[in-house]
Design a protein around this ligand. Structure first.
Ligand code: SF4
Ligand code: FES
Length: 247
């Protein structure tokens, strides 16, 4: 087995470069090294100016997403040996503006996310001395899958709809709306539905399913969106059929 592998890294300095370019770096090919280890080797030993994000190195913080050989991946969970003999292409996440090198601007997601109220909405807050809002294990299971999202943006990078329609609220925001809709302590589902039962909400999704394939946490945003569409269609139908129905 060769003992080095080439990382073909996208570089972009907006103060100097007209457009992104590639730069090759040879890094050790160790069995236990992930792509992030290779980038850290470059940063520590070869070129300290390389810019990229990471924090936890254990698939929790969601900050290390990049394109690896054309696929959106968490670089802390993507082993170099699986991409040998290389060169291994490391690029910024697709569908986002590039700030510098491998760092992308996710302000669009951060602007859209609060529009779906991704927190517990209560009609009336119980007094603190009343204790916790209790939940059964079955009630927890209803939404637990959607609560695993780490906001890594791999699903947005994989989504062909978001790639052509930046108004689409996107897979993770919708999955997070479902996370709270399905929580027995929440009363915000109607307000979220008003936001998402729109062309740029649920109905932009054409169920390509790439978001679910890309998700490293098993959230299944595509499934969440289809389930939500059923809820939205039922609510719309009721609003026309029932007297005083919700519109
Ligand atoms: S749904 Fe999955 S891929 Fe999308 S941001 Fe959340 S964890 Fe990442
Ligand atoms: S460094 Fe935190 S998810 Fe990869």
């Amino acid at each position: 087995m060769v003992d080095t592998v080439t990382l073909r890294v996208t570089r972009y300095d907006p103060d100097v470069d007209d457009e992104p370019r590639q730069q090759d770096f040879d890094v050790p090919l160790r069995e236990d090294w992930v792509v992030l280890d290779g980038l850290n080797y470059v940063k520590d030993r070869l070129d300290g100016s390389l810019s990229y994000r990471w924090s936890c190195r254990m698939g929790i913080c969601g900050s290390c997403g990049m394109m690896v050989d054309g696929e959106p991946e968490l670089t802390c969970g993507t082993f170099l040996v699986d991409h040998a003999p290389g060169p291994v292409r490391v690029e910024p996440l697709a569908n986002f503006p590039v700030v510098r090198d491998l760092v992308v601007d996710i302000d669009d997601f951060l602007t859209k996310l609060p529009t779906v109220s991704p927190w517990l909405v209560r009609d009336v807050d119980a007094p603190v001395d009343g204790g916790e809002y209790l939940q059964t294990p079955a009630e927890l299971d209803e939404y637990k899958q959607y609560s695993m999202c780490i906001n890594c943006m791999l699903c947005y990078s994989a989504c062909p709809v978001y790639g052509v329609d930046p108004d689409f609220v996107g897979p993770a925001a919708i999955a997070l709306a479902q996370r709270y809709n399905l929580d027995s302590r929440d009363a915000g589902a109607d307000a979220r539905l008003d936001v998402l039962n729109q062309p740029e909400g649920l109905w932009s999704c054409t169920f390509v399913g790439e978001c679910t394939t890309a998700c490293p946490k098993g959230v299944d945003p595509a499934g969440a969106i289809q389930r939500y569409k059923l809820t939205a269609a039922t609510a719309t139908l009721k609003s026309y059929l029932l007297p005083g129905g919700r519109r």
